[in-house]
Design a protein around this ligand. Structure first.
Ligand SMILES: *Cc1c(COP(=O)(O)O)cnc(C)c1O
Length: 387
């Protein structure tokens, strides 16, 4: 069976050119970048090359790039590092109700340990209002963190406006840009951010490699302590192949991103217009236009998301849902709930995320089989009546 992958927001395949660039750094060029001999210096040079590529993509300085193990670490590093580094100024964080768990879980932990967190809610389109962020800030606020684009509904936030509000008050601003870097332009000065998280495996690089951009002059404490790597800001022997892969992946994205985004947008819009023509009672989740070029998210009434996924998977099609029946916790997606979708519609959601290797024939195949799956599942639903 030819399998079809519509889950690029979960992870992407490593581009063959990226794998090629990484290969020598597993065995031939295996040195520890902290060693002063030839082997070490060879590895160190590879890291600095990658740093330069990441800095170029982001419009940052090279010394503002700290390599990490990925998005989760960069988000945790930001929260703990900024709070620890600015304890004399306050203990309050403003974030949003639709962040990734990599922000929400450490925030939850911080609240249990004496810190305060305010979660700004989005409107029904998934947009965060800069005014609401302004109202949430107090004298004790040391950090505002708002994601660049949401991983479920793809909504792109007005980061520049939100960041400016934080900075007017002298408060640090962080954005989780894991879903945007490599897909749309992300410039740290344009966006006016102090900190930014990215992760290689979301843009055709390897898993376990990412970075935190930290604007020069930002007071931040190390999160991982040990050796003196990354100018004492992040201990642990560098993941050299991973970092090389990250650098190569971001370089390829810089070249191809505009063309790829245009093509993905065309396929995305085909799904967004065709699905409601073929199936009744479906609702698009997230802003109709301010969304990632590759994101489609619908709620389908009278259907349970995981049955939909299993039926698609049997036909070789991989997608994702905000439902949560098999995962044990019965709460559906916090993102869909916070944009005001009732529980049934959250459980009936389908996310399709497209990417570099998506073909139009795959979109057509989906459009051909999906109405039958919906009809079959609705026929089994006690709630559904043909209207
Ligand atoms: C995937 C993702 C993360 C986590 O990144 P990892 O590199 O997998 O740890 C964080 N935030 C967002 C928005 C993501 O999509």
């Amino acid at each position: 069976m030819d399998r079809i992958y519509f889950d690029y927001a979960a992870t992407t395949p490593v581009d063959p050119a990226v794998a090629e660039a990484m290969r020598p750094y597993f065995s031939d060029k295996f040195g520890n970048p902290s060693s002063i001999h030839y082997f070490g210096q060879e590895a160190k040079k590879a890291i600095e090359d990658a740093r330069s590529k990441v800095a170029t993509f982001l419009g940052a300085r090279e010394d503002e790039i700290i390599f990490t193990s990925g998005g989760t670490e960069s988000d945790n590093f930001t929260l703990f590092g900024i709070l620890w580094g600015n304890a004399i100024r306050g203990n309050h964080v403003v974030t949003t109700a639709i962040e990734h768990h990599a922000i929400l879980e450490p925030c939850n932990f911080l609240e249990k340990h004496g810190y305060q967190v305010t979660y700004v809610k989005p409107d029904n389109n998934g947009l965060i209002s800069p005014e609401a962020v302004k109202d949430a800030m107090t004298e004790k606020t040391v950090l505002v963190s708002c994601m660049h684009a949401n991983n479920e509904i793809g909504v792109i936030q007005p980061i520049r406006e939100i960041a400016s509000i934080a900075k007017e008050k002298g408060v640090y601003f962080h954005t989780d840009a894991v879903q945007t870097v490599g897909h749309i332009p992300v410039d740290v000065n344009d966006l006016n951010v102090d900190l930014l998280s990215l992760s290689a495996h979301k843009f055709y690089g390897p898993k376990g490699a990412g970075c935190l951009y930290v604007r020069k002059g930002t007071r931040i404490q190390a999160y991982l302590r040990g050796g003196g790597q990354e100018r004492h800001r992040r201990a642990s022997t560098e993941n050299v192949p991973g970092i090389v892969g990250l650098g190569r992946a971001i370089e390829i994205c810089r070249e191809k991103m505009d063309v790829e985004a245009a093509e993905q947008m065309r396929l995305r819009d085909k799904l967004i217009t065709e699905i409601p023509k073929r199936i009744k009672r479906v609702y698009l989740n997230g802003h109709p236009t301010r969304r990632l070029p590759n994101n489609v998210n619908f709620s389908i009434e009278y259907i349970e998301g995981e049955s939909m996924l299993l039926n698609l998977d049997m036909l070789g099609i991989a997608a994702s849902t905000g439902s949560a029946c098999t995962s044990g916790d019965l709460e559906p997606s916090h993102v869909l709930l916070s944009i005001g979708r009732p529980h049934e519609l959250c459980h009936g959601s389908l996310r399709m995320t497209l990417g570099r290797f998506t073909k139009e024939a795959e979109i057509d195949r989906f459009l051909e089989v999906f109405p039958n799956i919906v009809a079959k599942l609705r026929a089994m639903s006690p709630l559904y009546e043909e209207k």
